[in-house]
Design a protein around this ligand. Structure first.
Ligand code: ACO
Length: 331
């Protein structure tokens, strides 16, 4: 008989210890947007809720945004960066295929922990959170830094009427650590690769490198809208059910900031009571994909609209098509 292999054992539960974000400096309002596309401030506000979006300014990049948000999340968590057992970065807009942004950030933050990037688009932060929770509970890591960061402006065709007004930049980060009580509910996640072309890159890298075509992110807005306001709204209900909670148990709802009308459809499906605070940061930030959920969480906590210890439902969804959601206790 072969010798038994020792199994790892970790914390009984995991929780969010902190959240932080980086808001890029360049404000692009709808008036400026309409110098590039045939649209109007009124149309953009009515159809999406966006008044202005943030794009990177001078000296800002995927790496600087992620480093800033990550560093502050570690400080707020009250731990040393060297205690991070893993750094997970979700992004679809980093400039290098390899090595990962996470490995560079781990070094710059000051940890030799495991480091890897994930590509789960607008569901990326919630995908990362699910992995962090599992790593802490399995004992593979005691503290995990999860970062969602995007520089979508670099991959946005500013003349594309279907995407230019939506996409934005930013970073959000959170530290997950051990807990005696549960602070992160079961993840509900999945994918539907049959709809891979609903949001994709216009030109694959091999062709982009060989020619002069710039790869942009393009989208079948109507298809994504239908999927998000139907299937994803139902998935949000599953997230609550898996956490063993009813709508009235929630204090805060933080959906991916894709479109206020999608958020409204989810609210109708979830039948959330009036007291639930709903994230609407798309108004000033736009849709910054993997960064949107942690940025919205940080903004609600900073403004005082949400409070530490409250119960929040998170859900992200996007290119893949992929989705992930969980209920958390706010840090
Ligand atoms: N400005 C003015 N009018 C426009 C624009 C524009 N930018 N774009 C389209 N229109 C017009 C169309 O021509 C059409 O006119 P018509 O009725 O005369 O034919 C009308 O507006 C409606 O067009 P739709 O394409 O049906 O517009 P819709 O209401 O679907 O809104 C939008 C478009 C905002 C993109 C929406 O489909 C959407 O939000 N989709 C989901 C996006 C999303 O959730 N993405 C998440 C993942 S991607 C990521 O996060 C990175």
């Amino acid at each position: 008989m072969s010798a038994p292999i020792a199994a790892s054992s970790g914390a009984p539960f995991a929780k969010l210890l902190s959240v932080a974000s980086f808001v890029p400096s360049r404000v692009v309002d709808n008036a400026e947007m309409c110098t590039w596309i045939d649209s109007s401030d009124e149309w953009i506000q009515q159809r999406t809720g966006i008044v202005e979006r943030r794009w990177v300014g001078e000296g800002e990049s995927v790496e600087t945004m992620a480093l800033d948000a990550g560093r502050r999340a570690v400080e707020k968590a009250g731990i040393e960066a060297s205690e991070l057992g893993a750094v997970i970065v979700s992004t679809v807009t980093y400039y290098h295929q390899t090595p990962s942004l996470a490995a560079r950030l781990a070094h710059r933050l000051g940890t030799l922990g495991a480091a890897f990037d994930i590509s789960a688009a607008c569901a990326g932060f919630c995908y990362g959170l699910a992995q962090a929770e599992a790593l802490v509970r399995s004992g593979a890591a005691r503290y995990v830094l999860v970062i969602g960061v995007e520089e979508l402006s670099r991959f946005t065709n500013i003349h594309d009427r279907g995407t230019a007004f939506l996409f934005a930049d930013g970073a959000g980060a959170a530290v997950v650590g051990p807990s005696e009580t549960n602070g992160i509910g079961p993840v509900v996640w999945g994918s539907d690769g049959s709809q891979a072309d609903a949001i994709n890159q216009t030109v694959e890298w091999s062709k982009a490198l060989a020619g002069s075509e710039t790869p942009y992110i393009q989208m079948d807005g109507r298809a994504v809208f239908k999927w998000a306001s139907g299937f994803i709204a139902d998935a949000a209900k599953d997230v609550l059910a898996k956490a063993g909670l009813a709508p009235e148990d929630l204090d805060v709802f933080i959906p991916h900031q894709a479109n206020n009308r999608i958020t409204d459809a989810m609210l109708r499906a979830l039948k959330l009571p009036e007291h639930v605070v709903v994230a609407r940061t798309i108004k000033q930030f736009g849709n910054n994909s993997a960064a949107s959920v942690p940025m919205a969480m940080d903004a609600l906590l900073t403004s005082g609209e949400a409070k530490s210890g409250q119960t929040a439902l998170l859900i992200g969804f996007g290119a893949g098509l992929v989705y992930a959601g969980q209920v958390v206790t706010l840090p």
